[in-house]
Design a protein around this ligand. Structure first.
Ligand code: 4AD
Ligand code: MG
Length: 431
């Protein structure tokens, strides 16, 4: 008999089926015994009565411990009091793998302990809910771009040029060619691809040796980076608001049960619809000072500034045209105010901070070369990148959305390390 999934039990009412899974809890009155089993698709209660099963089955039940793997065979019954609405009248139990002294018990554990046991912690309801939300976010990202005619271009992880900034590079020896850097971004490569294909995106892991411990930073995180030929900064922001709204509304629609498990109040997420408010960096600094921040024009927004500013709006907000000295070398100079660049950050509500960094790219050969030199970068390793400005230069723009920050925001979890199965942080490389 083929095993069925717990999520499919509704179509087997009255039949005898087998399910494979792991034991969550057991209890027994001495005559009647109950166990809850999960299989990744759901939870179900099994019931057995001492009178009706062979002694060996009763003995197998009695030896079960939390997270033993089992096969249960029994009759499917409708039972509103059982998790999932169905129950199994158990006739046979096969113990597949014992689980003595399972370390994660129903009592409260500290965060450090749980992250050391991340490989087991993933089995709990909350963590599985986060994983399913992330899965939906990733799928909705892919579908959004697929439906709009973007071509996926995979960019290298081993790179020869600094993508964002020198301060947080992971470097490794690369044969006779010196150092290779783990990609901080795929952006420079998708810019080249945009001249070939028009609308493109890359989507993969990116790496930054973040030395600070914050709830918004990982050393390895996933980023999606679209790049569009002939889009200016304004069109770039329109694409971002459409994109973020799509991802949020689709995820809350399809993962309602998981968000409920996470006790996420989705009212604030329902409001995520275009257009998003926009404020220039200069106006944002004025506003922040009115609100009590001591930020001065020319400084980057700190985490607290981002939170304070985002609190003024009921949906994500764009802050645009930052001072050039706080942003990367590739951003286009603002013709109306050359102290600033044509970029934007998108700040999520509820203290989640920057989820997107985007910009129009410097498409003038001389200006880009000057910026590269100004930042002390080696123009030789950017020769190919400068070529894009030499052969048919074009207005273009794009952005990067961080998956973990987005998932943390949608789930309403405090720290982004829970938004990825195996987080990498300055002090965490295990498991
Ligand atoms: O603003 P960033 O550095 O932008 C870029 O990398 C551009 N090349 C993107 C582009 O225009 N194609 O990073 C983009 C986003 C941030 O807004 C944030 O969501 C996320 O990536 N991010 C991080 N997420 C987790 N941990 C970190 N250390 C992160 N650094 C950036
Ligand atoms: Mg940024």
């Amino acid at each position: 008999m083929a095993a069925v999934n717990i999520s499919g039990l509704h179509s087997h009412v009255g039949e005898i089926v087998t399910i494979n899974g792991w034991v969550v809890t057991t209890r027994s009155s001495g005559k009647i015994a109950f166990l809850v089993v999960r299989d990744g698709t759901g939870y179900v209660q099994g019931v057995l009565s001492k009178k009706e099963v062979p002694e060996s089955t009763w003995a197998t039940f009695a030896a079960l411990t939390q997270e033993s793997s089992v096969s249960l065979t029994g009759t499917v019954r409708q039972e509103p009091r059982s998790p999932g609405g169905y129950e199994l009248g158990v006739q046979a139990i096969t113990l597949r793998g014992a689980s003595p002294d399972y370390p994660i018990t129903p009592k409260e554990h500290g965060t450090t302990f749980l992250f050391e046991h991340r490989h087991l912690w993933l089995r709990t309801r909350r963590q599985a809910a986060v994983a399913r939300v992330r899965h939906e976010v990733v799928q909705s990202i892919r579908d959004f771009f697929y439906e709009r005619g973007f071509v996926l271009v995979d960019t290298p992880i081993l790179t020869g040029a600094i993508g964002e900034e020198a301060g947080n590079l992971f470097a490794t020896d690369y044969f006779d060619l010196g150092k290779a850097y783990l990609a901080q971004t795929g952006q420079l490569y998708v810019e080249a691809a945009a001249a070939a294909l028009g609308k493109v995106y890359c989507f993969g892991p990116t790496f930054r040796a973040e030395k600070s411990k914050t709830r918004r930073h990982l050393t390895e995180f996933w980023m999606v980076e679209p790049e569009v030929a002939f889009n200016d900064s304004d069109a770039n922001m329109r694409l971002q608001e459409e994109f973020v709204s799509y991802v949020v509304s689709r995820t809350i629609e399809r993962r309602r049960d998981d968000l409920k498990e996470l006790e996420r109040d989705t009212a604030t997420l329902e409001r995520v619809q275009p257009p998003f408010p926009r404020i220039s960096y200069t106006d944002a600094v004025t506003r922040l000072c009115e609100l009590g921040s001591d930020i001065q024009w020319g400084q980057d927004l700190g985490g607290d500034d981002e939170t304070l500013l985002a609190q003024q709006y009921d949906r994500p907000v764009f802050v645009f045209n930052y001072p050039r000295q706080v942003k990367a070398f590739y951003m286009k100079e603002n013709p109306a105010d050359p102290r600033t660049v044509l970029n934007n950050d998108c700040l999520a509500p509820e203290g989640y901070g920057e989820i997107i960094g985007g910009s129009q790219r410097e498409d003038d050969y001389d200006k880009l070369l000057a910026r590269i030199q100004e930042q002390g970068l080696d123009p030789e390793v950017y020769r190919w990148y400068l070529d894009l400005r030499k052969y048919g230069t074009f207005v273009h723009s794009g952005f990067g959305l961080g998956v973990e920050r987005t998932v943390a925001w949608i789930c309403g979890i405090a720290h982004i390390r829970e938004a990825i199965a195996f987080p990498r942080q300055i002090h965490r490389l295990y498991p």
